[in-house]
Design a protein around this ligand. Structure first.
Ligand code: C5P
Length: 232
């Protein structure tokens, strides 16, 4: 398992993304492309970034009926992204259909992970709005187990949940963790944060880091620091 730092490219245009990537002359960081950039620029942005030699986590969080997700993710499979995701809330049947759709005719596929409960959903809201009576952590662990049953590769979670997820779903089950901040950095709107070093100790496989790198005075130096602290 190759641990890595994934930079969240939360830019709303190709120009801003390319200007950011041009700063990296020696490294080819693993990048996360989300809905904002994908909806603004379309699949062409994924192809262009791939041609520049980057690995890509396409963060589109698919959630629909199994057949629709299977067909949609089959279209995405031809973009040859390294990692993509779907909502575990779509049920085990939807996750299984997604895995089938993401697997190309030659049997190869990128890694497929599940979003459990979004970190923006509080336990209170989960109960009042979604009528889920189980606790938040219990729900996250249950969704993680469902993703494992559906034979997905892992889940997105907080670094603070990574150890427990691995204890329940196995060491090989990937934990992709946002909410990472440098010890001397600004937390911004993230609440349950961990440093890159702490995330490694807690068992994260990939850390997703946005603003501490994209908004840094020197993004390349911030990326190098992040890699050094995370990989040890
Ligand atoms: O700038 P920052 O490091 O907070 O960016 C974290 C990235 O991870 C953002 O793209 C955010 O949308 C994403 N993310 C998150 N928490 C989740 C899932 C995704 O922060 N639970």
């Amino acid at each position: 398992m190759n641990k890595d730092v994934i930079i969240a490219c939360d830019f709303n245009s190709k120009e801003d993304l390319i200007a950011f990537l041009d700063k990296f002359q020696e490294e080819k960081p693993f990048l996360k492309i989300g809905m904002e950039l994908f909806y603004a620029e379309g699949p062409a942005i994924v192809k262009e970034v791939k041609e520049r030699g980057h690995k890509i986590f396409l963060d589109l969080k698919l959630h629909d009926i199994p057949n629709t997700v299977k067909k949609a993710i089959s279209v995405l499979s031809h973009l040859d992204v390294d990692l993509t995701n779907i909502h575990a809330a779509g049920t085990i049947a939807m996750m299984e259909a997604a895995l089938e759709g993401f697997t190309k005719a030659d049997g190869t596929r990128g890694q497929l992970i599940a979003v459990t409960q979004l970190t923006s959903t509080s336990e209170e809201r989960m109960k009042s709005d979604l009528l889920i009576e189980a606790g938040l952590e219990e729900t996250v662990m249950h969704y993680a187990k469902n993703a494992k049953v559906a034979k997905l590769d892992g889940i997105v979670c907080s670094p603070w949940e990574a150890r427990k997820v691995k204890d329940v779903c196995g060491e090989d089950f990937l934990t992709i963790t946002p909410g990472v901040r440098f010890a001397d950095g600004d937390a911004g709107d993230q609440v349950r944060i961990a440093t890159p070093e702490k995330a490694r100790e807690l068992g994260s496989d990939y850390i997703v880091v946005g603003r501490p790198i994209t908004q840094a005075a020197d993004p390349v130096a911030a990326y190098r620091r992040c890699m050094k602290e995370f990989l040890g």
